[in-house]
Design a protein around this ligand. Structure first.
Ligand SMILES: C=C(OP(=O)(O)O)C(=O)O
Ligand SMILES: [Mg+2]
Length: 416
């Protein structure tokens, strides 16, 4: 068989925050696959554990040989068998023994090696011959919260989606045009602005949440008019990060305002109506299923209410959310769950229940481009992977290449 694994190599590389992460090479009889794992900063508490206690060095000194001796001789295309073996080697429920970042990097490298063994691009190997849809890019424009510093907005990500773009190239350049326009708009509001950027390449303004919302929508309108396409604002509040569990309040430090869950529902509803938000991620703490349900039943017919920290790409937790009507979309981050097999199952469950799956980068990234292929193969209508900077454009530029390869490319069907 062309994809029989002959060697597995693990190395320590840099991520975009300058932290160590794992990169895995898998060599087959007839191919090669390489993948690296990203890391989050605003992580969900129920994500699998990224690394064992000894970090990447422990993986290289203690785990690499165990994994390679188990995997050599297996077929790289048997991805679910490989993921099962990795789970067995780990032996814990949360991947804490060898790390979910290790297992996901092996899982993705195996899939890439299998694709390469049959001379196929990854999106085609995983998605089949009929895939032809490109995801719309959710571009990150301004950063706050855990991805920024003091004086920035509490809302973590001010995003935009060029919903009127007719192809991926038009879409990613529309996002970069908004990014440029926002720099000018921030400069006009914030005399202390130094041009600083957050972890995902969005600007870090020293302005209130409301001011940031205003200039975000202004940029969407102005640039959208200039380019002749509709561009809609979106947010990731990452509200777990400013939920005070002792006070039972969402604490907006930048604005000096605290809101309980009911007030948060009203506040977010108001933002959606005022700014015509297309997509809102993590508007509540990861345990606040009720808040998610209430908001979804109020505005779920006109806005994607997306769960990230609440679901952590885990199908059991998603099933709980579906039962409660919490959210109508979810973030898909393979390293939250540690394998491609589990990632696939979660996406299937989401689709069966009309939840919009959104393949996503992490705030700490590498130039690995795998998620661009996953979004196309899994048919997710959106991909969240920044707008500029090397580790983000690695994915966006790969989507441009994929579009060029597809015989009959189309942009995905959007819910709204
Ligand atoms: C990408 C995100 O951040 P992190 O990787 O820090 O979880 C996010 O919250 O959606
Ligand atoms: Mg998020």
């Amino acid at each position: 068989m062309d994809s029989i694994i002959e060697d597995v190599r693990v190395r320590k590389i840099l991520d975009s925050r300058g932290n160590p992460t794992v990169e895995v090479d898998i060599l087959t009889w007839n191919g090669f696959g390489r993948a690296a794992a990203p890391s989050g900063a605003s992580t969900g508490s129920r994500e699998v554990v990224s690394f064992p206690q000894g970090g990447v060095d422990q993986i290289i000194s203690e785990v690499e040989d165990v994994i390679s001796s188990e995997l050599i001789g297996m077929a790289a295309e048997d991805i679910s068998d490989i993921d099962y073996v990795l789970k067995e080697i780990d032996g814990t429920d949360n991947m804490s023994s060898i790390g979910g970042n290790t297992t996901v990097a092996v899982s993705m490298a195996a899939a890439k090696a299998a694709a390469n063994s049959y001379n196929l691009p990854l999106y085609r190997f995983l998605g089949g011959n009929m895939v032809n849809k490109l995801p719309y890019p959710l571009g990150n424009m301004m950063n706050g919260g855990e991805h920024a510093g003091p004086n920035a907005p509490d809302i973590q990500e001010f995003l935009v989606v060029p919903v009127g773009a007719s192809n991926i190239s038009e879409a990613v350049f529309a996002n970069s045009a908004i990014h440029k326009r926002l720099k000018e708009l921030i400069q006009s509001k914030d005399s202390n602005f130094t041009g600083g950027k957050g972890d995902e390449g969005g600007w870090i303004p020293n302005i209130s949440n409301d001011n940031a919302l205003d200039i975000q929508s202004q940029a969407c309108e102005e640039v959208g008019d200039e380019l002749g396409i509709t561009i809609k604002p979106s947010l990731d509040l990452a509200a777990s990060e400013f939920w005070d569990k002792d006070e039972n309040k969402y604490v907006y430090a930048q604005d000096g305002i605290s809101r309980d869950s009911g007030e948060q529902v009203e506040y977010v509803k108001d933002i959606i109506d005022t700014y015509g938000m297309f997509y809102i991620e993590d508007p509540f703490d990861e345990k606040d299923f009720d808040g998610f349900s209430e908001l979804t039943s109020a505005v779920g017919d006109k806005c994607i209410i997306c769960g990230d920290d609440i679901f952590v790409t885990n199908k059991e937790i998603l099933a709980e959310g579906i039962e409660k009507g919490a959210a109508n979309g979810l973030i898909i981050k393979p390293n939250q769950i540690g394998s491609l097999t589990e990632t696939y199952k979660t996406v299937q469950l989401a689709k069966e229940n009309n939840y919009v799956p959104v393949v996503s980068h992490r705030s700490g990234e590498t130039t690995d481009e795998t998620i661009a292929h996953l979004a196309v193969a899994l048919g997710t209508p959106l991909i969240k992977t920044g707008a500029i900077s090397g580790e983000r454009i690695a994915k966006l530029n790969e989507l441009i290449r994929i579009e060029e390869e597809l015989p009959d490319p189309e942009m995905a069907d959007l819910k709204f």
